[in-house]
Design a protein around this ligand. Structure first.
Ligand SMILES: [Zn+2]
Length: 395
């Protein structure tokens, strides 16, 4: 999935699209006001409060419509995961909620104004005229991209509100396109906006919360790191396959890991290809969690990519579904270590993962772990009964 820079011809093509849209605007079909009402309220979500739903799963039909032919980042990814979560029968029907759109002003907490404006104009033009335009070799905008992008980012921003101002314990956002390769200034690697990064900045902006994004996708989340590197209120931890796309996220030397202040909150750990990846993943994920505990986040966002799975076609690691559950469990345990009476909430958003069977099984394992979040096992008494009572309140 190597990228190719935009050629001169594609630049001209974009400019032509934008020009066409500007022309359309002058005949009463404006760019900014055409299709989307960005101020749509979240009333539907607010009403969930009274239903005692503890976990939400965001999704949206628009996430099924962004479709580039023969592309591994395909609509069925979210379909098979949603179907599997429903089939697992672990959540009530009203836990599944349609994602709202992200507000422009919230996307701009992470992205540069120029980048965001250009992306928005390209997406609007493609939507308006039914065109497809490649931003790079593997990242393309088509007619339905804009709505999917807005819903994907909107889902995880809404999840922040859910855990801080509503009666919700945890959220899984089953949305696409993914986000962790989108930098402040560039869409790339199947990603348009930094979904997790926007939500993290929003959590600090609105709730004054320090945020850790934990990324077990097999690729390095260069975009999330880009937005966090100069922000001391943000922590980014990632395990990713060495030398895979996008080629960033080099692991520091042993001495740098301890001595360099930046590496206490930007924590990159690389995995080897092949059978060793599983044991190395567990060892290095623990290293990340140790540093996260010292950072003391007040919110954890999982960048949940399942492409480190043994079956994935875009990588060479050999994890299985239970490994993602394990990774989730130890993060939740760490959150309890940080503040036993008021652990930081954990929310999650889908990133990569391209084998449909593997991502369905892995996502269910991850969601089950999130759902079992904070059983009161450290408070003595009958642990099994306590867990059962906890689950009864959820289910
Ligand atoms: Zn990936």
């Amino acid at each position: 999935m190597e990228s190719a820079s935009s050629t001169k011809e594609t630049e001209i093509e974009v400019d032509a699209l934008i020009e066409a849209l500007i022309d359309a605007a002058s005949s009463d079909v404006g760019i900014e006001e055409t299709v989307f009402g960005f101020n749509e309220s979240n009333q539907q979500i607010v009403e969930e409060k009274d239903r005692k739903v503890k976990m939400l799963v965001y999704h949206h039909p628009a996430c099924m419509k962004h479709h580039i032919e023969d592309h591994p980042e395909q609509p069925n990814r979210v379909k098979v995961i949603l179907d599997a979560i429903r089939a697992a029968n672990i959540l009530p029907a009203d836990a599944f909620v349609e994602a709202p759109r992200v507000e422009d002003e919230h996307a701009l907490l992470f992205h540069g104004a120029q980048m965001f404006d250009r992306l928005k104009r390209i997406m609007s033009a493609c939507q308006e005229f039914g065109k497809e335009h490649r931003l790079d070799g593997d990242t393309a905008v088509m007619e339905h991209t804009k709505e999917a992008v807005y819903r994907a980012a909107g889902s995880i921003v809404a999840a922040v509100d859910d855990v801080f101002s509503r009666d919700v314990d945890t959220v899984f956002c089953c949305v696409r396109p993914p986000g962790h390769h989108a930098t402040r200034e560039k869409s790339m690697g199947f990603c348009f906006l930094s979904n997790a990064g926007i939500a993290a900045k929003y959590a600090y902006h609105k709730y004054n919360k320090r945020v850790a994004v934990l990324d077990f996708d097999v690729h390095h989340g260069n975009g999330t790191e880009d937005g966090f590197i100069n922000d001391e209120n943000m922590f980014y931890g990632s395990t990713h396959e060495k030398d895979n796309y996008p080629g960033t996220g080099e692991e520091p030397s042993a001495s740098e890991k301890d001595s360099n202040q930046l590496y206490q909150r930007i924590v990159n750990r690389t995995l080897p290809p092949g059978p060793a990846s599983q044991s190395v993943f567990k060892r290095k994920w623990k290293e990340i969690i140790d540093k996260m505990i010292l950072f003391r986040p007040e919110l954890v966002i999982f960048s949940a990519g399942f492409d480190a799975h043994d079956s994935d076609p875009l990588a060479n690691c050999e994890l299985v579904a239970d490994d993602f559950a394990w990774a989730t469990d130890i993060v939740l345990q760490a959150c309890r270590d940080i503040d036993e009476s008021n652990p930081p909430p954990c929310i999650s958003i889908l990133e990569g993962g391209y084998d449909l069977d593997a991502i369905a099984e892995s996502a269910v394992a991850h969601v089950k772990s999130l759902l079992n979040g904070y059983p009161p096992i450290n408070h003595g008494g009958d642990e099994v009964q306590a867990l059962k009572e906890y689950l009864d309140t959820v289910l």
